[in-house]
Ligand binder design. Structure first.
Ligand SMILES: *[C@@H]1O[C@H](CO)[C@@H](O)[C@H](O)[C@H]1NC(C)=O
Length: 221
């Protein structure tokens, strides 16, 4: 026998030694109930039908007794004989949060709520905030989280939003706004959190992005 076919034979033997136990396992299963079928099935049955046998047990290639040091390929079939460990897919990254509140406040909240927040003409004493205003407020809780941040409402509670309004925010009206638009929210604790809770203050996006540093000029006089 030529040396190369020797190697082929050895490889085949190793493969068989590994596969054989599972084959025995399968035939044992067949003996348990299917043996009569196996013996009689290949013959054509009385009415001329040919019964075709399909292996019913799912066939698994066992792993070689090696340590599981490589991760299982996630998208491809497992490599035969090579043990691998399952890798949990990494959790999806949290959606990016908005970096400032100015854009969404100007777009959705300030235009319809301006009169109510400043108590213009006694608006917040006598009336409920308009439907449009409340829809704008609600967007901060239920809108796209990568665009609307609930903590941007803190800028309404702490008065920062005044810089976008024709007059200063009336804090009583800001509380009334939150209470009227967000059913079930107790406005005072919410306001207290916005104004006093350091972790909330750290987390809330600023009104504006910080000014970019002025471009360096080459020739300073
Ligand atoms: C704020 O609005 C309330 C009524 O909601 C009013 O009584 C109060 O005088 C207003 N405050 C200011 C400073 O305008």
């Amino acid at each position: 026998m030529a040396p190369s076919s020797n190697y082929t034979l050895i490889a085949l033997l190793v493969a068989f030694a590994v596969v054989a136990p599972s084959l025995q396992h399968q035939s044992a299963a067949a003996r348990d109930g299917g043996v009569a079928k196996l013996v009689t099935a290949p013959a054509p049955s009385a009415n001329g039908e040919v019964v075709v046998l399909h292996p019913t047990a799912s066939y698994e290639i066992p792993d070689l007794p090696l340590p599981r040091i490589i991760p299982c390929p996630p998208l491809f079939p497992k490599i035969p004989f090579i043990p691998c460990y399952n890798v949990a897919p990494p959790p999806p990254p949290p959606p990016p949060r908005p970096k400032e509140c100015w854009t969404t406040l100007v777009k959705s909240l300030v235009p319809p709520c301006s009169g109510f927040l400043t108590n213009n003409g006694g608006a917040c004493e006598s009336e409920a905030p308009s439907r449009k205003c409340c829809d704008g407020v609600k967007l901060f809780l239920s809108g796209d989280r990568s665009v609307y941040d609930p903590l941007c409402l803190c800028h309404v509670m702490n008065g920062d939003v005044s810089q976008l309004l024709p007059a200063a925010v009336n804090h009583t009206c800001a509380l009334a706004l939150v209470q009227a638009c967000l059913d079930g929210v107790n406005p005072q604790p919410f306001s207290d959190l916005c104004n006093n809770d350091q972790s909330i203050k750290d987390e809330m996006p600023p009104m504006d992005l910080p000014e970019p540093p002025p471009p360096a000029t080459g020739n300073t006089a």
